[in-house]
Design a protein around this ligand. Structure first.
Ligand SMILES: Cc1ncc(COP(=O)(O)O)c(C=O)c1O
Length: 344
């Protein structure tokens, strides 16, 4: 086994830093199921204020935040529009259908970014024969699209089109931080485009767990009941909220380093003859002859990558990998791809 492992499977693999652990140890806590954890309340308020929402709710995971946000906007049997490669459709075990009885209609979009003109054609009213559209889901940055960022103008146009039709918008903002760092769009300008917004603190921000769902205060009580019904109410979670506050205050702007490291990886791979384009944020997709073989060869050389499809591997940069490690990992991947292409 190599001495050093470079883990680029996801930005979820980071471990809390020493100052983050100190903030966690010092956190004031209470019973959050009873609404009495002061640190959780502070985190929810802090993010709601930053993004221009009237309420926030701390949840265990991004999956639960998507499920809950979408179910708040779409009653059972009613329609949700989304890009066909949305995280909540590909990687959440059919949760919105299973838990919420939601009917999802999809559009295939360039890099996962919905086209407002296509949405305008798809949105439909409830009739005696058909369920009406109640919400649209967007994902920013878009994971399966390769970490691409929605232009603010596109989100604003989606907001305009949906508002005219009385349709709500949910944003899976697991990596909205990355979008903000690249685009410079202020948090509240993003917030103004959505009715519900999920913000993961366990990805680029580097906290160990948790997602805050931002929403209108009128929906908070219903959301709290849903959270409890799903088994997502926790107790002294101020320990986790303290990590999230530390991350929000210290780890947002540094994500520019992750984006630079992703570009370094892409540069090495492009120079080796692969065509991976130029990543906008921290995600690099590589098309390879045999993803399983490439993953195994990389692992043997101390580099962990994800297999996203039989011929696709993914590398994600984050807080716990340095520029040098990313460069070394890229050379390892390039070698593994070239060997996979020549082996029987
Ligand atoms: C875009 C996106 N949304 C939601 C999630 C779900 O987050 P979690 O697995 O932490 O629940 C992920 C996980 O990677 C994701 O990439």
């Amino acid at each position: 086994m190599p001495d050093e492992i470079i883990d680029l499977r996801s930005d979820t693999v980071t471990k809390p830093t020493a100052p983050m652990r100190a903030a966690m140890a010092a956190a004031e806590v209470g019973d959050d199921t009873l609404g009495e954890d002061p640190t959780v309340i502070r985190l929810e308020q802090m993010l709601a204020d930053a993004f221009g929402f009237s309420a926030g709710l701390f949840l265990p995971s991004g999956v639960m935040a998507n499920q809950l946000g979408l179910r708040l906007l779409v009653p059972p049997g009613q329609e949700l529009l989304a890009d066909a490669s949305s995280h909540f459709l590909l990687y959440e075990d059919g949760g919105v259908a299973w838990h919420g009885g939601i009917l999802t209609r999809t559009a295939v979009s360039e890099n996962g970014l919905l086209d407002p003109a296509v949405l305008a054609r798809l949105i439909r009213p409830t009739t005696p024969y058909g369920t009406g559209t109640k919400a649209v889901a967007v994902e920013n940055t878009h994971n399966a699209g390769g970490g691409v960022v929605y232009p603010l103008a596109t989100l604003q146009e989606i907001r305009r089109v949906t508002r005219e039709a009385g349709v709500a918008v949910h944003c899976d903002g697991a990596r909205l931080w990355n979008a903000h760092v690249v685009s410079g769009v202020p948090f509240d300008a993003y917030g103004a485009c959505f009715d519900t917004l999920s913000l993961c603190v366990s990805k680029g921000l580097g906290a160990p767990a948790g997602t805050v769902l931002l929403l209108d205060a009128d929906r908070l009580e219903e959301a709290r009941v849903m959270r409890h019904r799903m088994g997502g109410s926790m107790r002294q979670t101020g320990i986790l909220a303290a990590a999230a506050i530390h991350a929000f205050e210290n780890h947002v702007e540094r994500m520019a380093e992750d984006h630079a490291n992703a570009k370094t990886i892409a540069g090495v791979l492009n120079d080796s003859g692969l065509d991976v384009g130029t990543p906008e944020t921290n995600i690099v997709f590589v098309q390879v002859p045999d993803a399983g073989k490439v993953q195994a060869a990389c692992m043997a050389a101390g580099v962990k990558v994800s297999v996203m499809a039989p011929t696709t591997v993914r590398l994600v940069t984050h807080l716990d990998v340095s520029a040098q490690q990313c460069e070394r990992a890229a050379f390892t991947v390039a070698k593994a791809v070239s060997e996979a292409g020549t082996q029987a």
